[in-house]
Design a protein around this ligand. Structure first.
Ligand code: G3I
Length: 328
């Protein structure tokens, strides 16, 4: 009998998985047994929910919510404000010109009211703003239509609107490369500003799109400590551990090599040791998928390259990494 991952972690943090309409069918038993929290991989993003102004399409999101209800899973909401997977109408006027700040903020508010309001009391936390910090240059915020049209405080507004729509929901700022020292400091200063201005933010989401090669463990520790020093809780929101170095061009592997698996097991062991050490500040660890048969990393960033980033294999069987992280 294989022990349940989330049950073994009950004294530490929630264990989550990103799901979609396909995986809630093909990985139903796996998700039920091993995960206590789910996140919609794409179905609650702006473009999915409001493809046309005021015309909301909740079918797929509701399907995921129904799955959660039926199987008694918590739901992390992802995501309200992002520069990606967002409908074009949001930033433009009918004549195609860029819209103004007031219009954009009112569209943002309407979207947040509608979405957060619909799932009030059912979605216990939201990634309110996703990936607003830039990876390059001196600026803190990335160039985006949100920034260009509404100005820097679009972030404050998003949190304020979300808090009004569901005062009990925990509100997160979520980003990747969160352990890189330069980006870490940018995320830190953004979050610090929010906290100091009294904006309702409760946590930082560390996406944790990691690999056998990146990042180093010390950078992860420092990121956790830095974010936690603001009095915020931390969720690991989108974890996967690629077996490849980012730009490894090999597309011919049909299965991971023994060396890759060994390294990945060691990495998972190290990562989860750190998470357990910081269990007082980390309250949820979500994988960006469930098992190696489906991952957004298939074909990214190298087209045609399959990846095996999780602790369950393509047949939903536990990998060595599973046994490592559950030896606690
Ligand atoms: O729905 C269309 C489908 O109609 C079409 O036939 C198909 C052809 O390519 O595309 C489908 O849309 C794809 C969508 O996933 C749903 O499968 C998009 O092309 C594809 O770009 C999109 O990728 C998603 C990506 O976000 C978009 O940026 C991934 O599934 C999703 O895992 C990924 O998730 C993000 C997090 O939200 C934020 N952090 C990074 C993470 C990984 O990129």
């Amino acid at each position: 009998e294989i022990p349940s991952l989330y049950k073994l972690y009950e004294d530490y943090f929630h264990i989550g998985a990103a799901v979609n309409p396909y995986t809630i069918k093909t990985s139903k038993d796996l998700i039920n047994t091993h995960f206590s929290s789910i996140t919609a991989e794409n179905e609650m993003k702006f473009g999915s929910l409001e493809p046309e102004e005021g015309k909301f399409t909740f079918e797929k999101a509701d399907e995921i919510m129904n799955f959660a209800k039926e199987h008694n899973k918590e739901v992390r909401g992802h995501t309200l404000v992002w520069h990606n997977q967002t409908s074009d109408w949001l930033f433009t006027n009918k004549d195609g010109s860029l819209t103004d700040r007031e219009t954009l903020l009112s569209r943002m508010k309407n979207h947040i009211d509608t979405v957060v309001g619909r799932y009030k009391g059912q979605i216990y936390c939201w990634d309110v703003v996703n990936e607003a910090v830039t990876d390059s240059g001196e600026n803190i915020l990335r160039d985006s239509k949100w920034l260009e049209i509404a100005g820097e405080d679009f972030i404050d507004k998003a949190f304020e609107y979300a808090h009004l729509a569901d005062p009990d929901a925990l509100l997160f700022y979520n980003d990747y490369n969160e352990s890189n020292p330069v980006k870490r400091e940018k995320i830190y200063s953004l979050a610090k500003g929010l906290v100091e201005r009294g904006v309702p933010i409760h946590g930082i989401g560390m996406q944790a799109h990691w690999s056998n090669f990146h990042p180093n463990l010390d950078d992860i520790r420092q990121a956790i400590e830095r974010y936690a020093s603001l009095g915020l809780q931390i969720h690991v929101t989108e974890m996967d551990v690629s077996v490849f170095n980012f730009d490894d061009k090999r597309t011919d592997l049909k299965a991971p090599t023994a060396e890759m698996m060994e390294k990945q097991t060691e990495r998972y062991d190290q990562f989860f040791r750190i998470f357990r050490e910081y269990k007082d500040v980390i309250s949820c660890v979500t994988f960006w998928g469930a098992a190696d048969d489906y991952t957004w990393l298939d074909g990214f960033p190298v087209r045609g390259r399959k990846n095996w980033p999780f602790v369950f294999d393509e047949n939903h069987q536990p990998k060595e990494s599973f046994y490592k992280i559950t030896s606690i």
